[in-house]
Write a protein that binds this ligand. Structure first.
Ligand SMILES: [Fe+2]
Ligand SMILES: [Fe+2]
Length: 279
């Protein structure tokens, strides 16, 4: 009980949602809101603007000309994608830990890789769903980062000093909660969009996801499996959930299509390598 209680107590002390994310969240609920209003909020945080523009201008987004303002970024990407981009950037900024606790670059590569794979596995879906798959993938393992931030020494003991398996069952034994549940606590505290919260809470247990998000969660679950198999980045453990035939069926992909999607995802990750180094 003590182990888990420590993490939860410290979770309460985690920085609350950055003001810009809070304001953006409220603003985006309002149908009457325009690009100028959203841009004005984002522009209150100049470091964030610099990072968002860097991302938008990276080869990942394949722009033919430079995007110089947040308003232009919104016009090109849409509100939802910009919101998710700001959220992911803010989460990784707030939860960054020392490299002696966790290799952040490798963790980011795993997270981003899962996002890109999930997006390609969802490429039959509309743009909004693809953008949710990308963000859901980027944020899926955020619970591990919360543990690393709240209690670095327990994190290192569990993931790097123990010889036994570091799966979700073992996390339950050690922390009394697994990283899905701990990630969900942060998602609720920060008011993440519901589909992203569903991914964080169920990416190792896709059949437990609410029906409306089953396909999205399945995409992230399979993407996670693929990134582990292909060693895209590293998320503190080589543990993977067993292949779930139901999640695979949910995606509705043939083997031939899967090959194409893997190829496209790997290409995109390659294109984005410059961005991965600089985030
Ligand atoms: Fe995970
Ligand atoms: Fe993962």
């Amino acid at each position: 009980m003590d182990n888990f209680q420590t993490v939860v107590d410290q979770l309460a002390d985690l920085p609350s949602t950055p003001v810009v994310v809070q304001k953006l969240h409220m603003l985006i609920q309002d149908d009457a809101v325009g690009s100028r209003d959203v841009a004005r909020i984002v522009e209150t945080d100049s470091a964030l603007v610099a990072r968002v523009l860097k991302l938008v201008n990276s080869p990942f987004y394949g722009m033919t000309q430079s995007v110089l303002s947040v308003e232009d970024a919104i016009a090109i990407l849409g509100f939802n994608t910009l919101h998710q981009l700001v959220l992911s950037t803010a989460v990784f900024d707030t939860l960054a830990v020392d490299n002696s606790t966790l290799n952040m670059a490798a963790f980011w590569q795993h997270s981003f890789g899962v996002g890109v794979f999930a997006k390609h596995l969802s490429s039959n879906a509309n743009k909004d769903s693809q953008s949710e798959a990308l963000t859901g993938g980027i944020l899926h393992d955020i619970g591990r980062l919360v543990i690393a931030k709240c209690d670095p020494s327990k994190f290192v003991t569990f993931y790097f000093k123990r010889k036994s398996v570091t799966g979700i069952e073992q996390e339950m034994e050690f922390f009394e909660r697994d990283h899905q549940q701990i990630g969900e606590m942060l998602a609720r505290k920060w008011n993440f969009p519901a589909p992203i919260t569903a991914v964080i809470s169920n990416h190792h247990t896709p059949s437990a996801a609410p029906d409306e998000y089953k396909k999205l969660v399945a995409a992230v679950n399979i993407a996670d499996l693929l990134c582990h198999m292909m060693q895209v980045g590293y998320s503190a453990t080589s543990y993977v959930t067993e292949f779930d035939p139901e999640a695979w069926r949910c995606l509705g992909l043939s083997m031939d299509k899967l090959k194409d999607r893997i190829h496209a995802a790997l290409n995109e990750i390659d294109k984005a390598s410059q961005m991965l180094e600089s985030l």
